[in-house]
Design a protein around this ligand. Structure first.
Ligand SMILES: Nc1nc2c(ncn2[C@@H]2O[C@H](COP(=O)(O)OP(=O)(O)OP(=O)(O)O)[C@@H](O)[C@H]2O)c(=O)[nH]1
Ligand SMILES: [Mg+2]
Length: 380
């Protein structure tokens, strides 16, 4: 699972990438035209708490991969290397300038909504070009032969084209799982889940400013549109609670403060955060948001040897989760001893939990929940 970092020139993409992945890019390696790839550890308090109880030899966090793609624009999107990298990512982090600094050039005044719309437009133009090419091809083929499958693709492509022409990204197009499968190979850019990250100015009231930023800059309106279909369910005002997945989210950080935090010891960092009225680093929030945007959750394993968080997609069955640890565990799966992480902490040990009868025995088809601690019983 890869997340691409995009944005207009000089908005703080590489700075963010560096602090996310703790990559020490020397200035000569920070080539703005070249993609940088790095891994970020997913902060997980549940895992940290379990590790305090078990004192394991090793604690392993889940991770997300980030790619710093360099500045985006119509030109970049015509470069095959850039486009190739961008197509490969599973989600996008779009860094948007919201900080004031006259020494760093920007197109016109600070206006995150304008910038987001412009970049989104470029993504849609790229998708539209691809769709038009494919439409021509399919139309030709359909003249030569009849194929139900091709016809379905043709209809879907036409619907997607009309949708894009109203300047709405493909992630807002209503699609059946079958449609989604049809589109998978195209790796459309505007279909990818996206997280807008406002990079705001440093201030004495940063805690409040970070919370207020999304509303202040009007980014909320961009998150409002739910997927729409061919007319039958076109109202964005669906019933509360039945809202379809939006696949767009927003977050704010202050790159400058995060960069300073990254250089500090934990104790100093805590004090520094408090001085700004902050509870946690904006980075933790950002990584966690990326993780959920990708549709991922974590289950945990705990023991004296290792406490570890494992990444799985939402709605994964216990037997598949076992496979995430090792294919043998999947093959020889018998049962998963399961308990929620906080229940295990309360019980104080696995033995206590078993004695209290709160350790459940789950079968193959159990849908693993975020924060479950699993112990896979196997016959291998
Ligand atoms: N004031 C201020 N300056 C920042 C902030 N984030 C980045 N900068 C500065 O903006 C400039 C560009 O930062 P980069 O992280 O290289 O931006 P980028 O988006 O990777 O730039 P390109 O790859 O060239 O498009 C550098 O001089 C940074 O020091 C911030 O939060 N506040
Ligand atoms: Mg850069």
């Amino acid at each position: 699972m890869k997340t691409g970092i995009i944005g207009l020139p000089q908005v703080g993409k590489t700075s963010l990438f560096r602090i996310l992945t703790k990559a020490h890019l020397s200035p000569s390696h920070a080539n703005p035209r070249e993609a940088h790839i790095g891994i970020a550890k997913v902060p997980d308090e549940r895992l940290d708490r379990l590790a305090e109880m078990y004192h394991p030899k090793k604690t392993t966090h889940a991770s997300v991969e980030y790619v710093d793609l360099g500045a985006i624009g119509q030109e970049a999107l015509k470069e095959s290397a850039y486009l190739g990298h961008l197509r490969q990512v599973d989600a996008i982090v779009h860094v948007v300038r919201a900080f004031e600094d006259d020494s760093i050039p920007h197109v016109g005044p600070i206006d995150p909504v304008r910038d987001i719309k412009n970049v989104e437009f470029d993504l849609m133009v790229s998708d539209l070009g691809q769709i038009e090419k494919r439409l021509e091809r399919v139309e030709k083929d359909l003249k030569k032969m009849k194929s139900a499958d091709l016809e379905k693709e043709f209809e879907l492509l036409k619907r997607a084209k009309a949708h894009l022409e109203t300047e709405r990204p493909l992630r807002e197009l209503e699609m059946t799982p079958e449609d989604k499968k049809r589109f998978r190979g195209f790796m459309f850019l505007s279909e990818k889940p996206i997280l807008y990250v406002l990079n705001i100015s440093e201030s004495a009231t940063l805690g409040k400013d970070l919370e207020a930023a999304i509303t202040k800059y009007g980014v909320t309106q961009l998150l409002g549109a739910a997927p729409t279909g061919a007319g039958e369910r076109s109202s964005p005002e669906t019933q509360p609670g039945t809202q379809p997945e939006r696949n767009a989210a927003a977050s704010a950080i202050c790159g400058k403060v995060e960069a300073e935090l990254a250089e500090m010891s934990d104790a100093d960092a805590a004090e520094f955060l408090a001085s700004y009225g902050l509870k946690e680093s904006g980075l933790s929030r950002l990584i966690n948001k990326t993780y959920s945007l990708l549709g991922l959750i974590s289950f945990l394993t705990a023991g004296e040897d290792e406490c570890r968080a494992w990444t799985i997609p939402v709605n994964t069955r216990a037997v598949q989760a076992a496979g995430a640890i090792h294919s043998d565990l999947e093959k020889h799966f018998i049962r998963a001893e399961t308990i929620r992480w906080d229940h295990l902490l309360e019980a104080g040990s696995e033995a206590n939990a078993r004695a209290k009868g709160i350790l459940r025995l789950e079968g193959k088809d159990y849908i693993v929940q975020d924060g479950d601690v699993l112990h896979i019983r196997h016959s291998g």
